[in-house]
Design a protein around this ligand. Structure first.
Ligand SMILES: C[S@@+](CC[C@H](N)C(=O)[O-])C[C@H]1O[C@@H](n2cnc3c(N)ncnc32)[C@H](O)[C@@H]1O
Length: 363
């Protein structure tokens, strides 16, 4: 049995989450309301600063040790004063630390902005702060007024159709999905035992990092990766790097039409939240038609609390609103969607990540 990642107990992580949320509330309530509002309001500036640092590769320049902004600027070919001001501002947000000699060092947060570290989120930042995304969020009011995506209003097509015509932005998106996956997949997936399955289909599996992680944990299972043809065209190296390529079939197509037949586990991660109920039911029904007797459906999604708290998923829900027209859902909403699609929700496993595992079986 391959080694599973060391994960702190879920209860401990949830307790720490609650403590951090309490400290954040205390931090906000210790300032006058208007000051706390201003601090929230300039969140977009932090995004822009992180994006610029990620584009310039500043964190990589500090990987071998602290350096002065002027040295970093010379290495990345940017204005020394601009780089100094950027690094100083990001030091105020805890991304870098300014030392007494004026040089800057990476903090734990800054280390995650490097391109070559385990758990790096540089590619995620390059997506979040991309000018296209900036425009979407700048147009959030349109989505709130109309219920329609800002993206379609700005670009005249849905998010996923647009990706097919802008390969450069598609690459930014797919790399961000892989970066997010490397953050949470191994830990979240470790909570579910895939070893008993014969054939595992990953529907909307992107470049295959989720399926590769699962197949490493289930050595006797085979896998089928399914996503749009242009996306799966770039997936083979993921399986080769994970040493599981001989157990994987790669299939291109649309889950709106059908999904590969006969698997006994269908893994669907961060897909259902991309769609409104009618489309979500269509995808799930296609899986219901294809699933082998006795098979399981395994959704990985953020499950929203019934009442607002500090959960990250409540902001990701707005991302779904502006970009793709989907939504994050509560447990009851997932149970309802599954029931409309011919499935019965069997259990919801919380993980130490924001993702929960929602298991269902044919009703
Ligand atoms: C949010 S990403 C999730 C990717 C992956 N499951 C993960 O969690 O990293 C959504 C995925 O859905 C795929 N997708 C969108 N429309 C699709 C369709 N009609 N048929 C198949 N895949 C589609 C996209 O190409 C993308 O890989």
């Amino acid at each position: 049995m391959p080694k599973r990642p060391k994960v702190p107990p879920q209860r401990l992580v949830r307790t720490l989450d609650r403590v951090r949320a309490g400290l954040a509330r205390l931090h906000r309530s210790s300032a006058p309301g208007n000051i706390a509002l201003l601090e929230l309001g300039i969140g977009a500036w932090t995004t822009a600063a992180l994006y610029s640092a990620a584009r310039l590769g500043i964190a990589d320049e500090l990987a071998s040790g602290p350096a002065r902004a002027a040295e970093v600027a010379a290495r990345v070919g940017a204005d020394p004063d601009g780089v100094y001001r950027l690094m100083r501002a990001l030091a105020s947000r805890g991304v870098f630390a300014q030392r007494t000699d004026g040089s800057f060092a990476l903090t734990r947060i800054g280390a995650a902005l490097r391109s070559d570290t385990e758990g790096s989120l540089r590619d995620a930042v390059l997506f979040i702060g991309h000018p296209i995304r900036w425009a979407d969020w700048g147009h959030l009011e349109h989505s709130v007024r109309t219920g329609q995506t800002a993206f379609a209003d700005l670009h005249g097509s849905s998010f996923f159709d647009y990706l097919a015509h802008d390969p450069e932005f598609a690459e930014v998106f797919n790399r961000a999905m892989t970066a997010n996956s490397s953050l949470a997949d191994e830990v979240a997936l470790a909570q579910y035992d895939f070893t008993g399955f014969r054939l595992i289909a990953d529907v909307g599996g992107g470049h295959g990092s989720v399926l590769a992680t699962i197949l490493r944990s289930a050595p006797s299972a085979r896998g089928v990766l399914f996503d749009l043809p242009a996306v799966v065209a770039n997936a083979a190296p993921t399986f080769t790097a994970a040493g599981v390529a001989d157990r994987v079939t790669i299939r291109g197509g649309s889950f709106m039409e059908s999904v590969p037949e006969g698997a006994d586990a269908y893994v669907v991660k961060n897909i259902i939240h991309d769609w409104q109920d009618e489309d979500a039911v269509r995808i799930l029904r296609n899986i219901r038609t294809a699933v082998a007797d006795g098979g399981k459906l395994v959704l990985l999604e953020m499950v929203l609390p019934e009442r607002a708290d500090s959960f990250l998923g409540l902001m990701v829900d707005l991302e779904m609103l502006v970009a793709v027209g989907g939504r994050e859902r509560t447990r009851a909403e997932y149970a309802n969607l599954l029931q409309r699609s011919g499935f019965r929700l069997t259990r919801v496993l919380d993980t130490v990540t924001p993702l929960s595992i929602i298991e269902a079986e044919p009703a």
